[in-house]
Structure formats: structure tokens, C-alpha cells
Design a protein around this ligand. Structure first.
Ligand SMILES: [Zn+2]
Ligand SMILES: [Zn+2]
Length: 312
């Protein structure tokens, strides 16, 4: 790829696709099916292609790694249809807010009264606050960490393992934020716009592409910011949000100036963790474990033990 083209992609990728998302949302008139088929899927494919053309980091595939990523992607793709159906059925987009339904929020205070741009900004902030909260809890509560450790198991950050997640982790870190967002009384169109722009930002987090976002790294959880979240070192594994405002507010933002990648990516303590076996990972949180003898002082914690609460 010519140098000028590389620079343009590297600096302009995020701006270009967020702008394209806005155009697509208007062009497809908030039709989520067409937006998924004609915008989000091609965008995902372009991201995959760019990982080969201008990768940030290259290392040989590990045994069973590709199979694990393919199986998890296929499984989560199949489940996404069920998820969408559940969101629609359970919360019913036409009368989305239970707060409004039960008279706890006046309809005139619902987000749907705002212009679309304001609905989208407020919607993204509400969703991301809940995403930040549930994500930090997933790193703090032992059982939730066992579910979330699936996502942290790989030794690299790539689009291929962005959907390496436990379905129950999705319930905690996606359904709860979506449920809370729907309580705001956002319109159906606003919800679709938030979902599409949120998907564009979420996909960028795992791109193994040499992108340089500059000052945007302090506002958005880009791939430059998110790979630190996957560091094996607790003090580096921060940046919990998709929008960095909550990390700045709660002291969990981490972006060193002297290095652009962690030395090692993955779980801090692998122990007997099935790093590249997706089905075993799904069962891991429910595995009956023999009681272990008390560890000696300074011993390495067992696999699946939660990362400690991130120091501020
Ligand atoms: Zn995490
Ligand atoms: Zn991740």
C-alpha cells in the first residue's frame, strides 16, 4: 500500500467510518437489518482485510487458536440473532421504558423528545456508563471474572477474538446496559443509531491495524487504548469504557507515552485455564474444583481468580 494511503488510513479510519455510519443510518432510514447487512458486515470485512495489509503486531498463530476464534465467532453470530430477538421481545421498542410505563418518568422527559443528535450523544453516554460499570464489576467479582476471562484469554488483540466471549458475560455487559438505555425513553430510531455507531466504535477496539488516533485516544476506547486493557499486568490492564470519559472520571485511564503496546497480552495467571478451547472456556466457570491448600505467601493466584480491583 502506498505510504500516503497508509497515513490516510492510519489517521482517518475512525473519523471516516463514524461519518460513514451517520450517512448510512440516514440513507437506510434507521433500518437495522439493512444497516447490518450493507454497512456493519462490510465494515467488519474491511477491518479483517486491513489486519493483513497493515498489521500493528504480528506473531505466529498458536495451536488451536484460529479454531477457537472461528468457533467463538460463529457461536456468537448465531446467538446475536437470539439476543436481538430477546431485546425486542423483552423490552418492546415501541414502549421501551418501564419507567415511563409505570409512571416513574414523565413521557415529556424521555430522550425521544430531544433532537436526534442529542439522543445519540446521551444514548451513547448512558450505554457506556453502564458498560463501564458492568465491565469493572466483571473484573472485580470472582464469578463474573470467570465469565469475562474468556475474552481475556488470547495472547493477542485482534478482530478475530473481539467476540471471544462467554454468552453469560454478554448478558451482564450488553443486556444490562441496553436495558438501562431503553429506560431513558429513547426513540427506536435513536436506539438504532446508538447501536450502529456503538458497533463501529466497539469493532475498532480489537483491530490489529497500525492506526494512530492521536488526541482521540483520550476520548474514545480505540485499539491503541484497548490493547492496554488486555495486558497481563494489573497496573496496565485499565481502560474499561468504550468512551474514555468514565475512565478519566474514575481514575482508570492508562496510556503510556513511551510504549505503544503491553509486553504480554492475556490472563495474568493462566494456571490450568483452557486458553484455546472455547467449549471448555464456556464450562470453566461451572467446573467443580478441588479445594486447594492455602497458598504460601506471595504465591501465584490460581487460574480464574479475579484480577484485583484496579488501583486508582
Ligand atoms: Zn475486560
Ligand atoms: Zn477486548
Amino acid at each position: 500500500m502506498p505510504r500516503i494511503m497508509r497515513t490516510l488510513v492510519s489517521r482517518g479510519f475512525l473519523y471516516f467510518f463514524v461519518l460513514l455510519a451517520v450517512i448510512a443510518i440516514a440513507a437506510f432510514d434507521y433500518d437495522s437489518s439493512r444497516l447490518f447487512l450493507w454497512f456493519l458486515l462490510p465494515y467488519y470485512a474491511i477491518g479483517l482485510l486491513l489486519q493483513f495489509v497493515m498489521p500493528k503486531h504480528q506473531q505466529p498463530l498458536e495451536s488451536n487458536e484460529l479454531a477457537t476464534d472461528l468457533v467463538s465467532n460463529a457461536f456468537m453470530f448465531l446467538l446475536s440473532g437470539v439476543q436481538n430477538l430477546m431485546v425486542t421481545l423483552l423490552f418492546g421498542l415501541a414502549s421501551s421504558s418501564l419507567l415511563i410505563h409505570f409512571g416513574l418518568l414523565a413521557p415529556s422527559f424521555g430522550l425521544s423528545n430531544l433532537p436526534m443528535w442529542a439522543q445519540v450523544i446521551c444514548g451513547l453516554l448512558i450505554f457506556d456508563f453502564m458498560f463501564y460499570t458492568t465491565h469493572r464489576l466483571a473484573h472485580t467479582i470472582p464469578f463474573l471474572w470467570k465469565l469475562h476471562s474468556v475474552h481475556h484469554s488470547a495472547h493477542r488483540v485482534t478482530l478475530m477474538n473481539a467476540y471471544r466471549v462467554h454468552p453469560l458475560d454478554v448478558v451482564v455487559r450488553r443486556f444490562i446496559p441496553v436495558f438501562v438505555l431503553l429506560q431513558s425513553g429513547i426513540s427506536q430510531e435513536g436506539f438504532v443509531a446508538v447501536a450502529v455507531i456503538g458497533s463501529v466504535l466497539a469493532t475498532i477496539t480489537h483491530l490489529n491495524v497500525d492506526l494512530r488516533h492521536g488526541a482521540l485516544n483520550y476520548l474514545i476506547g480505540t485499539n491503541e487504548v484497548h490493547r492496554w486493557h488486555h495486558s497481563t499486568r494489573y497496573r496496565e490492564a485499565k481502560n474499561f469504557g468504550g468512551i474514555m470519559i468514565w475512565d478519566h472520571l474514575f481514575g482508570t485511564f492508562y496510556l503510556p507515552k513511551d510504549r505503544d503496546m503491553p509486553d504480554r497480552i492475556g490472563l495474568s495467571h493462566e494456571g490450568d485455564y483452557p486458553v484455546h478451547h472455547y467449549w471448555q472456556q464456556l464450562l470453566y466457570p461451572f467446573r467443580r474444583r478441588r479445594p486447594e491448600p492455602a497458598p504460601p505467601p506471595h504465591a501465584t493466584p490460581a487460574a480464574g481468580s479475579p484480577e484485583p480491583v484496579v488501583s486508582k
